[in-house]
Design a protein around this ligand. Structure first.
Ligand code: HPA
Length: 247
């Protein structure tokens, strides 16, 4: 039984180094997760894996049942989660294919089921979210990235947008003025829900493209995103190879 889970994002619906042991279907009080949880061995250690967008990548960011995914992972005994997510790079250092380990988030999403603390409450609960990611796991990711020689960005502010459309150039200008370094559609409410469940959660962002209006005027294509993610995910694999034995 593993206490470590990996949530795979766009470009990571399967972990091809994972030796699959079994798949587990978990039903939750919040509905169905994105799919069964895969238990397997990765670089010599047991891990659990779930594809955030489903195994055929058919669940868009605003329809992911984040509550069910996190509840299911905790239910099977997971305490630590590495969340892999594709993002667009906003600030100059955040170039495509690079890995970034965010340390802050600004939430621009709306109308998503974003809390477990909704009903049947004994009292109102406000979780502390000053540091949205688990410091210890974040540091382990940073150390693993250095060990793997990945030149990862060791911090950065993640802008969580609603999607599924990409942003306008003006929206990206605004996100940069707000202090955001990269933009993705799945970082929230996932991180906050993990904190509500007292799970140690950190994120590994893979820069798939220059965000709208950055890196030239051309449109962002899925072909460009897929090509960069292929290289980016090869780097994620090297990161996990350094991380997992060190945990
Ligand atoms: N914007 C939002 N989400 C993303 C992007 C982007 O440019 N690229 C990958 N996920």
């Amino acid at each position: 039984m593993s206490d470590l889970a990996i949530i795979g994002g766009t470009g990571l619906t399967r972990l091809n180094s994972l030796e699959i042991i079994r798949r587990e279907v978990v039903h939750t009080p919040y509905g169905e997760p994105s799919g069964p949880i895969t238990h397997g061995r990765l670089f010599g250690h047991e891990v659990a894996f779930i594809a955030r967008h489903g195994s055929t990548h058919n669940i868009p960011p605003h329809r992911v049942n984040y509550r069910a995914n996190l509840w299911a992972l905790r239910h099977i005994g997971v305490t630590r989660i590495v969340a892999v997510a594709a993002v667009g790079g906003i600030t100059p250092a955040m170039e495509p294919c690079r890995i970034a380990i965010p340390d802050q988030i600004i939430d621009y999403t709306w109308s998503r089921a974003h809390t477990f603390f909704e009903q049947d409450l004994e009292h109102v609960t406000h979780i502390d979210f000053t540091e949205p990611y688990c410091g210890e796991l974040r540091e382990q990711l940073v150390a693993a990235a250095r060990q793997a020689g990945l030149d990862a960005a060791e911090r950065g502010t993640y802008a969580a947008t609603q999607g599924p459309r990409l942003e306008t150039a003006a929206e990206i200008d605004r996100l940069e003025r707000d202090g955001c370094d990269f933009v993705g559609m799945t970082g929230m409410p996932e991180a906050a829900l993990a904190r509500e469940l007292e799970l140690c959660y950190a994120s590994c962002a893979v820069i798939a493209n220059w965000a709208a209006g950055r890196g030239g005027k051309q449109a962002i294509t899925m072909a460009e995103i897929s090509a960069n993610l292929e290289e980016g995910m090869a780097r994620v694999k090297r990161l996990l190879e350094a991380l997992i034995p060190a945990l």
